[in-house]
Design a protein around this ligand. Structure first.
Ligand SMILES: *Cc1c(COP(=O)(O)O)cnc(C)c1O
Length: 389
């Protein structure tokens, strides 16, 4: 045979069995080779195409199912794709969805620009509503209630277990964006929520360098609907990215404990500073919704809000610009500390709340909290100079 042919077919068989490493092999493949002609159309017994994911994706799905206490987990190329994907998988024209008004802003965009176009009615509900009122507000067409608790900008919580129980009585599905709890400090499926959604991009990845999302469910019909949805939309995640997520998952509890501990140290210090009006970390004793957090959560994380005493916008910018250890950037869940101002994102809300001053959001990374506190003090000094000017 000529070199053209020999080079196509040489070096095709890795040593069998493959050497075992602590991580899964990263297989790269669109084509999956089948053992015989009959297997080509036997989808039940064989994986026939690489889009569904190969070894690393399967290992990640299995590990996430253990984390979430799920029967099945679907993977998506981003967190927002997990939320849009799960909604597309279960909603149809004529359905109504209730969405908490504190939802992640791109979720609102998806609901307004896509769901509505496909005949789904979207209603934004006040996240502070008692569960009875919220579920009582549902109509005959309401198919699903989407929660985000704590809200990732304003940190108010919903009584998710109670809402799930009331919704179930009325045959309404519940889903939660649980990126804050990461399937670790809060396990939605154990509390009766039907769909646990998260941006793995944040704490599971843990290094601010990979995008992925997941949707987990217990009900086999929902697990099937999610998987079909991924298939129908043609989404795929790469073996490299799945490998990176699985690596992040190994250290999730250790990192999360440190993020939570440091965040509470910083939050406690902040609440005693003269420039601070309120600290919005549900795990901080005395903070809003602390009792709900204490009842349902096994731990804290590094993300929380801070309301400063009223001052001109220039003071807010001076605070952020004076920070040296906190990066200014969206996203969170990585090893590094971040800060943003939030007010510009609140104007789209229907049920606006007066915070009584500028709302800031901090992500506390894995640095020494004493160094972060010194950095924040310098920021607050800059704030105070312009607040009184
Ligand atoms: C970041 C984030 C998402 C979206 O995740 P991506 O991977 O960036 O698409 C969804 N929900 C919350 C609460 C988030 O913080």
């Amino acid at each position: 045979m000529s070199d053209e042919t020999r080079l196509i077919h040489a070096g095709k068989s890795p040593p069998a069995p493959l050497a075992r490493t602590v991580g899964p092999p990263i297989q790269k493949g669109s084509t999956v080779l089948l053992p015989n002609a009959e297997a080509l159309y036997d989808d039940e017994a064989h994986l026939t195409y690489g889009r569904a994911g190969l070894a690393a994706q399967a290992c990640l799905q299995e590990a996430l199912a253990v984390l979430e206490g799920a029967v099945g987990v679907s993977l998506y190329p981003s967190g927002i794709a997990a939320i849009s994907g799960a909604l597309m998988a279960v909603l149809g024209a004529g359905d109504e969805i209730l969405v908490v008004d504190n939802c992640y802003k791109p979720v609102r965009r998806f609901c307004d620009r896509v769901l509505k176009r496909f005949g789904v009615t979207v209603r934004y509900v006040d996240p502070a509503m008692p569960p009875e009122t919220l579920v009582g507000d549902a109509g005959p067409a309401t198919r699903l209630i989407l929660l985000e608790s704590p809200g990732s900008l304003s940190f108010e919580m919903q009584d998710a277990p109670r809402i799930a129980a009331l919704a179930r009585e009325r045959n309404i599905l519940t889903a939660i964006d649980n990126t804050w709890g990461a399937g670790l400090t809060f396990k939605p499926l154990e509390h009766g929520i039907d769909l646990s959604l998260q941006a793995l991009t944040k704490y599971v990845g843990g290094h601010s360098d990979v995008f992925m999302g997941s949707a987990a469910a217990r009900d086999p019909a929902l697990v099937r609907a999610l998987a079909d949805g991924v298939d129908n939309m043609g989404w795929a995640v790469s073996g490299e990215d799945a490998y990176a997520m699985l690596r992040g998952l190994r250290t999730l509890p250790t990192r999360m404990a440190r993020h939570g501990q440091s965040a509470l140290a910083v939050a406690g210090w902040l609440s005693a500073q003269p420039e601070v009006a309120a600290v919005l970390h549900p795990a901080l004793p005395g903070a809003p919704d602390h009792e709900l957090w204490r009842r349902d959560y096994k731990g804290a994380c590094g993300l929380f809000g801070v309301v400063l005493k009223p001052a001109p916008e220039a003071a807010v910018n001076a605070f952020l610009d004076a920070l040296k250890l906190f990066g200014l950037g969206f996203s969170w869940g990585g090893f590094e500390s971040l800060a943003i101002s939030c007010d510009a994102q609140l104007s789209v809300r229907r049920h606006r709340k007066a915070y009584g001053g500028p709302l800031m959001r901090l992500h506390i990374g894995l640095e020494d909290p004493a160094d972060l506190i010194a950095d924040l003090r310098a920021g607050l000094d800059a704030y105070a100079r312009l607040a009184s000017a």
